[in-house]
Design a binder for this molecule. Structure first.
Ligand code: NDP
Length: 445
């Protein structure tokens, strides 16, 4: 039995109750399989066996009081996965579905994504099974303060620097930062995604969505000698990543025709323009309403409880959540002429869906590469905090663009070196090499 398969078998039997984690490890191990077999140092030092095991997991109780005076309890987590190349770095997710399986899959992917950015950041992820939806600002604040009261014991600017993710945006980061400052009596860059006036980087809110579209543009330029200008784009989600992917796609002349949330999707044949997008940002970020309101205002179609993958498009950008694009969706996209799929969300495509897309020669960009722009600008926020200065919008955007270009180039280099023939394998091999070689140099870690 091969070394990689032995490791995967062990992961499956040790974590049999963690399907998302197993899925992420399977995707990773399958794609680096032959590279690891060719380089016996990795099996000799059991690098893979070490990488799949998190360095540390913290699980804690989060008590808080709701507006009716009732005592509520949630479960909080921080998975400090791998610190081979820098302090742990990765978002916090607040969503009722949050559990260890989901955070381990996210933390595992984060290791390689962070390595691909070229910045010194290890991998981690955290969050809680708390649902900010339908809660008052005061309830969200009390929850964030309680969450940070415990988390503050385990993080720090040189140890672990969390950021946002699903359900954690500017409001939540602000409340958590305020609590950290009160507890530690210090003002440090312990979180990224902060407000611009108190240490946040310009372009951080935009970074994941912008970076995603920059990566798609690189794929179009390199593989098709073309651009996304004039292309029809279907996007899922309507949160942070989806909004700014939509903004950048509009700016580059593409036509975005769908957005969604967990209640369904809107289909605007005319295309979402910047005024309509401004309305969506107000709707979601300030009024915290549902995407169906858009269909009422602009008199277009709202399809309840469905994802947008049956709509004919040239490019699909899944930007909502894991496993939202399945095998049948991949077949439907191909049937309707889709030429590129890029993951704005983490693991939005199932492994079977990815296989179908690759078999049919659809350009496919995995999240580890395509959505790395967010953590890249988080890394730039950490640098600005350490240097105690702020870079301009143009400066950060140009650094983001060159990081996305470099990630694309690293993938192409792996393909040219004949290590692999698609972006999934290329991103995994490029990320793995940096982590594995750093671990080797650091001895028994
Ligand atoms: P937000 O909370 O801002 O938005 C999430 C969006 O996805 C919402 O529209 C939400 O709809 C939808 N969604 C969430 N869960 C589900 C579900 N189970 N089914 C259908 N729709 C769902 O999160 P982000 O935009 O920040 O994150 C989106 C994805 O991008 C996640 O996978 C995240 O890990 C990934 N990502 C985010 C980065 C960032 O910088 N923010 C960086 C890299 C990756 P509803 O409101 O109805 O729940």
């Amino acid at each position: 039995m091969s070394y990689t398969y032995t490791i995967f078998k062990q992961v499956k039997s040790k974590n049999s109750h963690e399907p998302e984690f197993i899925q992420a490890v399977e995707e990773f191990i399958t794609s680096i399989d032959s590279f690891v077999d060719k380089n016996s140092i990795y099996s000799k030092l059991n690098i893979l066996g070490r990488i799949v095991e998190p360095e540390r997991i913290i699980v804690f109780r989060v008590p808080w009081i709701d507006d009716n005076g009732h005592f509520q309890i949630n479960r909080g987590f921080r998975v400090q996965y791998n610190s081979a190349i820098g302090p742990y770095k990765g978002g916090l997710r607040f969503h009722p579905s949050v559990n260890l399986s989901i955070l381990k899959f996210l933390g595992f992917e984060q290791i390689f994504k962070n390595a691909l950015t070229g910045l010194p950041m290890g991998g981690g992820k955290g969050g809680a099974d708390f649902d900010p939806k339908g809660k008052s600002d005061n309830e969200v604040m009390r929850f964030c303060q309680s969450f940070m009261t415990e988390l503050s014991k385990h993080i720090g600017p040189n140890l672990d620097v969390p950021a946002g993710d699903i359900g954690v945006g500017a409001r939540e980061i602000g409340y958590m930062f305020g609590q950290y400052k009160r507890i530690k009596n210090e003002f440090t860059g312990v979180l990224t995604g902060k407000g611009h006036d108190w240490g946040g980087s310009l372009i951080r809110p935009e970074a994941t969505g912008f970076g995603l579209v920059y990566f798609v543009e690189e794929m179009f330029n390199y593989n098709l000698d073309s651009s996304i200008k004039g292309k029809k784009i279907a996007i899922s989600g309507s949160g942070n990543v989806a909004q700014y992917a939509c903004a950048k796609a509009i700016e580059l002349g593409a036509k975005v025709i769908t957005l969604s949330d967990s209640s369904g999707y809107i289909y605007d044949k005319e295309g979402i323009d910047s005024d309509k997008l401004k309305y969506i940002m107000e709707l979601k970020n300030i009024n915290r309403l549902r995407i169906s309101e858009y269909a009422k205002k602009y008199n277009c179609q709202f399809v309840k409880n469905k994802t947008p993958w049956s709509v004919a498009c040239d490019v699909a950008l899944p930007c909502a959540t894991q496993n939202e694009l399945m095998e049948s969706d991949a077949k439907e996209l191909i049937k309707n002429g889709c030429v590129a799929v890029a993951e704005g969300a983490n693991m939005p495509c199932t492994n079977h869906a990815v296989d179908i897309l690759l078999e049919n020669k659809v350009l496919f960009a995995p999240g580890k590469a395509a959505n790395a722009g967010g953590v890249a600008v988080s890394g730039l926020e950490m640098s600005q905090n350490s240097l105690r200065l702020n870079w301009s919008r143009e400066e950060v955007d140009s650094k983001l663009k060159s990081i996305m270009h470099k990630i694309h180039q690293d993938c192409i280099n792996e393909i040219r070196n004949k290590e692999c023939d698609n972006y999934v394998e290329a991103a995994n091999i490029a990320g793995f090499k940096k982590i594995a070689n750093s671990m080797i140099e650091q001895g028994l870690v």
